[in-house]
Design a protein around this ligand. Structure first.
Ligand code: HDD
Length: 706
């Protein structure tokens, strides 16, 4: 009787492994074998592989043999491809570039990077969101990480900053709490990449020191249009130390040459569905197109006298120093001009650490910074799995380095010679240099050993108010709407009330608007404040995005919705005007195959309408024929394209024929809206592009009830 192996009833296949039929996949496609210049596939041990399509089996239909070392090695390696994602800032995107020093800062610091004007230092930057996991979407309402590694001639210098100049907490011991609270709730494992849930607002409403940061996170700073259009901040106060070890306090700021720009919330929500990689793609596209983003590094320098007289403690990371008080001085520029060849090798494996400072730069006693200096080294071991993570090319210094650290997992740079210690009698190996080496600022520290929060850290509301009053009315409204949205997702009424009680200490109008929009029938009492909030801090224009927008439309993108019969000259004219401005356009059409335009030429599409909604663009142009407008008016995606562009306050250029589509999308073409720009001839394209420089038609906001 045949054994129930499933084999016995079949005849063995007569073919050998060399039979081409065995080299075919299920689809019948022929797998290419190595010929000519194609390298031979090998195992990781270098053994050439004959068949990468079939496991070694006993007989035609198995079982598979454990002897198949190629299969086992391949699967073993695949099984171990993932490393732990970062516990925060898991989703990120990086690029290479350089930093160019403007002038020598010798007077203030002996940091080698600041000694010679015009010197270029290699750099790697990783932008990130904080709360979401590695696969989350780009347009979450969140802080953005802005981490810069500068490979200086005297060691790597990491400025591990954010796009917001202050932080949620004043002491590093609270970091696990703030992060736990914002991450998915542990019992249900949601929501992902969102702060709009009870745990986060519970923690925040019980943590008054977070109020200043909350104003920033509820502002449009937390939904940037692009990494290219946001500022970066080192947050803490650091020290510059010169040759004589004299100290100057310093704060670091990155100012984008591209100007500031954010999206609106309704747009962010839709971008996340349309293109979860929106920010990644934007950076990739810009750099691949040679449109290299640039930031100026600015320093705010101040001395002990200023620190003593400033109304807040310069060691408190929930406070900033207004730019009007201490002017940021540009000291160099950062240019990002190359994407990594491999995302994992560089962006995933890069290890930023606040403690990476070269001689001439030193820490302050900011308790958040002091705690970070422990955390970053510790986390790299967990994530990268070996103390030798500095051997990875992305983390290794690019200057000469010599030390006696040895062995450990994956040691790739091993010392030669006999001496692996010092002092030694063999005359081998490096020795320390009191002159060149890193020296800490000699500070007078004394006092009792205590667990205390300094009195000087106690004012939690005044700068929150200063931030709020520095915004334009539109930006203030967005803060109200963001708070309303977030708190509307909070299921526990007392948490909502507690938050409004804090808002009352920041700005009464803000608190009342949020309470009203939440449908709160009675205002709570203001939260008890450790010190009375001040309302005499002046507004600071530097805190507004709208007041710091770009002067041109460069680096931005227009979505051009076209149909068959669209005016060829107009499309070309627009393309030329955009190129001149340094901006780009993408064609959106009913079919990806494109359209036949008025002169019979074919213009290929970048997106079909569903795949290219207007949220992906900074402005739109509707260039269609009459028949095209009629046809598109019947398609929901085309109507949404137009209606969303209008609702998101974008400039809309449109041909006469397109008016029919605009009307179908409920866009009030005859309203005199300055952002609705007729485009009947190619010569009008340049005017449309210059209008787009303002980015949004803020005057429309009231009408669309954004
Ligand atoms: Fe942090 C990553 C920025 C407070 C502990 N942090 C991380 C990254 C950025 C920041 C940009 C991502 C780096 C990258 O792209 O790889 N962190 C900040 C800023 C803070 C801050 C601006 C406040 C001013 N962080 C902070 C505290 C702690 C940490 C108080 C712990 C006590 N941060 C970490 C970490 C991470 C990290 C756990 C996770 C992955 C990593 O370090 O490399 O060590």
């Amino acid at each position: 009787m045949a054994k129930n192996s499933g084999r016995s009833s079949r005849k063995p296949h007569a073919a050998t492994i060399h039979d081409q039929s065995l080299m075919r996949g299920h689809g019948g496609e022929l797998h290419q074998t190595a010929e000519g210049d194609t390298p031979v596939l090998t195992t990781a041990q270098g053994a050439p592989v004959a068949d990468d399509q079939n496991t070694l089996k006993y007989g035609e239909r198995g079982p598979s043999l454990i002897e198949d070392f190629h299969f086992r090695e391949k699967i073993f390696h695949f099984d171990h491809e993932r490393i732990p994602e970062r516990v925060v800032h898991a989703r990120g995107y990086g690029a290479h570039g350089y930093f160019e020093t403007y002038e020598s800062l010798k007077k203030y610091t002996r940091a080698d990077i600041f000694q010679r004007a015009g010197e270029k230092t290699p750099a790697f930057v990783r932008f990130s969101t904080v709360a979401g996991s590695k696969g989350s979407f780009d347009l979450a309402r969140d802080v953005r990480g802005f981490a810069v590694k500068l490979y200086t001639q005297e060691g790597n210098w990491d400025i591990v900053g954010n796009n917001i100049p202050v932080f949620f907490i004043q002491d590093a011991i609270k970091f696990p709490d703030v992060i736990h609270s914002v991450k998915p709730e542990p019992d249900r494992a949601f929501p992902q990449a969102q702060s709009a849930h009870d745990n986060f607002w519970d923690f925040i409403s019980l943590t008054p020191e977070s109020m200043h940061m909350i104003m920033w996170v509820m502002s449009d700073r937390a939904i940037p249009r692009s990494f290219r259009f946001m500022e970066g901040f080192g947050v803490h106060t650091f020290r510059f130390l010169n040759d004589k070890d004299e100290s100057t306090f310093v704060k670091f700021l990155w100012k984008p040459k591209q100007g500031l720009q954010s999206v609106v919330w309704n747009e962010a929500v839709k971008i996340n569905g349309a293109d979860p990689d929106f920010h990644r793609r934007d950076l990739w596209d810009a750099i691949q197109a040679g449109d290299f983003p640039e930031w100026e590094l600015c320093v705010q320098l101040f001395d002990q006298d200023f620190a003593d007289s400033f109304e807040f403690d310069v060691l408190d990371p929930t406070k900033l120093i207004p730019e009007e008080l201490v002017e940021p001085v540009p000291v160099g520029r950062l240019v990002l001009d190359r994407m990594p060849d491999n995302f994992f090798a560089d962006t995933e494996q890069v290890a930023f650490m606040t403690q990476n400072v070269p001689p001439g730069i030193d820490f302050s006693d900011d308790p958040l910074l002091q705690g970070r200096n422990f955390s970053y080294l510790d986390t790299q071991l967990k994530r990268l799995g070996s103390t030798n993570f500095t051997h990875l090319p992305i983390n290794a210094p690019k200057c000469p380095f010599h030390h006696f650290q040895q062995d450990g997992h994956m040691a790739m740079r091993n010392p030669s010679g006999r001496a692996n210690y010092q002092p030694n009698s063999w005359g081998e190996g490096p020795r320390e240099s009191p002159q060149r080496g890193f020296r800490s600022f000699v500070d007078d520290v004394n006092g009792p050993k205590v667990r205390l929060r300094a009195e000087s850290f106690a004012d939690h509301y005044s700068q929150a108010r200063q931030f709020f009053i520095s915004q334009t009315v539109h930006e203030q409204k967005h803060i109200v709407m963001a708070l309303t949205f977030e708190l509307s997702k909070v299921e526990t009424p007392v948490i909502r009330e507690r938050m409004v009680s804090h808002l009352l200490n920041i700005d009464e109008g803000l608190a009342e608007s949020v309470a009203e929009k939440l449908g709160m029938r009675k205002l709570p009492e203001p939260a008890e404040a450790a010190v009375s909030p001040r309302n005499d801090l002046p507004a600071s224009d530097a805190l507004s995005i709208i007041k710091n927008g770009p002067a041109s439309f460069a680096g931005r993108k227009v979505g051009v919705l076209v149909s068959d019969g669209a005016d060829t000259k107009l499309i070309k004219g627009l393309s030329t005007a955009l190129k001149k401005e340094g901006a780009t356009m993408e064609i959106v059409a009913p079919y990806i195959g494109g359209v036949e335009t008025s002169d019979g030429s074919i213009i290929e599409a970048d997106h079909m309408i569903d795949g290219g909604p207007s949220v992906l663009f900074d402005a739109v142009a509707i260039i269609v024929s009459e028949a095209g407008a009629e046809r598109l008016a019947g398609e929901a995606a085309a109507r949404d394209f137009v209606a969303d562009a209008f609702a998101h306050l974008k400039y809309i250029g449109y041909t006469d024929a397109a008016a029919a589509l605009l009307i179908k999308a409920a866009v009030p073409v005859d309203s005199g809206d300055e952002g609705l720009i007729p485009l009947s001839a190619a010569k009008e394209a340049a005017g449309f592009v210059s209008a787009c420089r303002k980015l949004r038609v803020w005057a429309r906001e009231e009408a669309v009830k954004l």
